[in-house]
Design a protein around this ligand. Structure first.
Ligand code: IMP
Ligand code: MG
Length: 509
């Protein structure tokens, strides 16, 4: 519908109505209790659960005020813009006082602040914030001189995927003071934060700490109070290993059994790890190992298959990346094997991790559910932020249990957190404006500068091709990303490649 109106040069009049139409379809779907599928389900049979109302019309109007989409003559609304509008609607949904002055002011602030696409401007090295954490302290001082609100007007629990959401694929959270600062601010405002990652190292605390080293150092530098440290968690292996942050800024395993144990608190969730039989775990691992080994042989993949206590992985055996097509094929084959086996009775997740394939016992639906149960949050208080929402990705499972935000790199995560804080009315007046008047998201190290520059180039060149313009997504047939993927015959990388032009080669699983 959007494409149609664009071609007829009628977007200015019709675009908001199109978003209203989808808002109504989603609301109808949410309230649908009759026989047969809802209207939305008839259009999109694979449509998932909507955990909150989505104010799509208002989100579009706000987004359009900022980016003037309807003024464009040659470039119609893109998939990424639709994704951003849905993300904005999801954040707006956490406030139910849309008519209040407070909310209107927050939206006004959001509209006039620089936005995500401004972040794609190549940055110069002189734009960079200091690389030494200590040097950032003065710049950020005023940001942290805030009065915590009694009740934060946004999600009460935010779960983050790790790779490609908080840090680049296969890398660690090193220097990213802006993202660290927003997470710090959320903790100070009483929000429970958890990294829910597939990376599973049992309770080998050091390895998780290494992956989050820059973030934990930032908390230490800012002297995050012990009661707020207590609100920070990490779920490793999707839902297998729960750790929390101690007052010494180190992670430590959360007690599993007995009073107050997380296994004890999640006994009522039938597919939580505390209810798994070891034989069920081994069934999944055995089938996965055999299927992936077959794929390696059939597709002549130069890779090694490894077995962990709760997962099977395929990682590259040489310096050369395994082709994305081979990774996706391997995932879909093993998914099929596990789906059709009657002996599989536990949740699992088979996914393409960007340069590897993993089958984990458990998934992020179970991880987020278990943590929400442990901390006492209902679904509409939770937000999961991740990069893998295609059917070969591992954030997809979280959609069943809570609202989700689909980002495609850590810069977008930073921008989303900034929007959440802004819409919640938290003043954010210094960190950015003091440093850069045009850019919202400033890359924080030399690699990120390169990424941003590459991304800008790839973004511009993508948009300049006529072919791409013809492929821009129309919302009328499909709101669902999976179907979109099928229509384009692509995968995770097709979407991400709008922004990502390179991946590190040396991933450590
Ligand atoms: P996520 O994006 O934070 O969920 O992390 C996914 C990445 O973690 C994968 O692509 C792997 O490179 C890495 N990883 C390390 N150990 C495991 C494991 O046991 N299961 C799944 N992924 C793992
Ligand atoms: Mg990820």
């Amino acid at each position: 519908m959007l494409n149609h109106s664009f071609v007829l040069d009628a977007l200015e009049q019709t675009a908001a109505d199109t978003f209203s139409h989808f808002e109504m379809l989603i609301e109808d779907h949410r309230n649908h209790s009759g026989n047969g599928p809802s209207k939305l389900q008839q259009l999109v049979p694979s449509v998932g659960t909507f955990h909150t109302h989505l104010p799509l019309r208002n989100a579009f109007i706000a987004y359009n005020k900022k980016y003037m989409l309807t003024k464009r003559r040659f470039i119609s609304i893109s998939f990424n813009e639709i994704r951003h509008i849905l993300n904005l609607a999801q954040i707006m949904a956490f406030r139910d006082d849309h008519e209040s002055e407070g909310f209107k002011n927050s939206m006004h602030e959001w509209e006039k602040s620089p936005g995500m696409f401004h972040a794609m401007k190549p940055a110069s090295v002189s734009d960079l914030p200091p690389l030494i954490l200590g040097e950032t302290a003065n710049v950020e001082k005023r940001v942290s001189d805030f009065q915590p609100q009694d009740s934060f007007e946004g999600p009460k629990m935010i779960t983050f995927d790790g790779d490609q959401t908080l840090y680049s694929d296969g890398a660690n959270f090193e220097q990213n003071p802006q993202l660290a600062n927003y997470i710090y601010l959320l903790l100070r405002h009483g929000v429970n934060i958890a990294v829910v990652t597939a990376a599973g190292y049992e309770y080998n605390v050091e390895r998780y700490q290494t992956r989050l080293s820059g973030l934990l150092a930032y908390f230490k530098e800012k002297k995050l109070p012990p009661e707020d440290c207590n609100k920070f968690y990490l779920f490793g292996g999707e839902c297998n290993y729960l750790l929390s942050l101690g007052p010494d800024y180190k992670l430590r395993p959360v007690k599993e059994t007995g009073p107050g144990g997380w296994h004890t608190a999640t006994k009522f969730i039938s597919d939580a790890p505390c209810n798994w039989e070891e034989s069920g775990v081994n069934t999944i691992l055995d089938i996965a190992y055999a299927s992936i080994t077959d794929s390696v042989r059939d597709l002549k993949i130069r890779g090694n298959v490894i077995r962990k206590k709760r997962s099977i992985g395929l990682i590259k055996a040489t310096d050369r990346d395994i082709p994305r097509e081979a990774l996706d094929e391997t995932v879909l084959r093993v998914q099929e094997k596990l789906d059709e086996s009657y002996s599989v009775n536990l949740p699992f997740c088979a996914f393409n991790g960007g340069s590897d394939v993993w089958v984990d016992v458990g998934n992020k639906r179970v991880g987020v559910h278990a943590l929400a149960a442990y901390l006492g949050h209902p679904p509409d208080e939770i937000l999961h932020i991740g990069d893998q929402f295609l059917n070969t990705g591992n954030d997809f499972a979280a959609r069943d249990i809570c609202p989700c935000i689909w980002i495609c790199n850590p810069d977008e995560t930073t921008y989303i957190l900034k929007s959440i804080l802004r819409l919640a009315g938290v003043p954010l007046d210094t960190f950015i404006e003091d440093r850069d008047e045009d850019n919202d998201v400033i890359p924080t190290n030399a690699n990120d500068v390169k990424d941003a520059t590459d991304a800008a180039t790839s973004f511009q060149s993508t948009f300049s091709t006529a072919t791409f313009r013809n492929e821009l997504v129309s919302l009328d047939s499909d709101l669902n990303a999976m179907q979109l993927r099928k229509a384009h015959g692509g995968s995770r990388n097709d979407v991400n490649s709008f922004f990502l032009s390179s991946r590190p080669n040396n991933k450590e699983p």
